[in-house]
Design a protein around this ligand. Structure first.
Ligand code: OGA
Ligand code: MN
Length: 217
């Protein structure tokens, strides 16, 4: 490895492609390993594995404000928010920023910022069917999940299952959390779930939001 970082490759054509996917189906999945590069992907995996080993991840919650719950029947993953301060996170944030600007230019979504966390699902962990944002108080507009698992097989479970936006009982896609694969979807529209993982599953979830940064209390 060398110390020179190579910026992730984001072309106009690729941005057209992902914008079209969101417009036509509300979601898409694609392998972006060659855009991000192996060094960035392994660097990110090392970070989340270290966080996991040192128990620096915390139990994920659902809901917001007074409704915040740690409900183990709904989701069992553990998370750590990214701050964009390490070299690999800086590179990843540059990639997210290009996606944010590119989607705004094409779809006029008014995406103002993004937030991202690492997630670890240990054996048996899952996240039941849900949407990432509730209509009316929509601030998460587009969700992006990036997977960091080497040699992930079908038998390892942990697939992201995507449901039809018109009929949430109809499965319309299944994404294996293979290293370098990305899932992108409209946060309010697309119900999805993480099936139980049979081995530790690492990912980064990012949300592009249409609200401003909250002011400190
Ligand atoms: C989430 C989520 C999907 C995945 O964190 O809200 O749905 O495949 N993640 O990890
Ligand atoms: Mn989700």
């Amino acid at each position: 490895m060398n110390n020179q970082s190579v910026a992730p490759v984001v072309s106009d054509q690729w941005l057209d492609e992902i914008a079209d996917g969101l417009t036509e189906h509300g979601w898409m999945s694609q392998n972006v390993a060659s855009r991000l590069g192996v060094d960035l992907l392994s660097g990110l995996r090392n970070e989340v594995q270290t966080l996991d080993r040192t128990e620096a991840l915390t139990k994920a919650r659902i809901g917001r404000g007074a409704d915040l719950l740690r409900d183990r029947s709904v989701r069992r993953d553990k998370i750590a928010w990214l701050q964009g301060m390490t070299p690999v996170q800086e590179e990843l944030f540059a990639f997210f920023e290009s996606v944010r600007v590119g989607l705004n230019q094409r779809l006029f979504l008014g995406l103002k910022r993004f937030e991202a966390h690492y997630a670890t699902y240990h054996e048996g962990d899952f996240y039941r069917r849900h949407v990432d944002s509730f209509q009316g108080r929509a601030s998460r507009v587009v969700s992006l999940v990036l997977y960091l698992n080497e040699d992930w097989q079908e038998a390892d479970g942990g697939a992201l299952q995507v449901f039809n936006r018109e009929n949430e009982d109809e499965i319309c896609g299944k994404v294996l959390p293979v290293e370098g694969r990305m899932a992108l979807f409209m946060s309010e529209e697309i119900p999805h779930e993480v099936l139980p993982a049979n081995r530790t599953r690492y990912s980064i979830a990012c949300w592009f939001r249409c609200d401003e940064v909250p002011l400190p209390l």
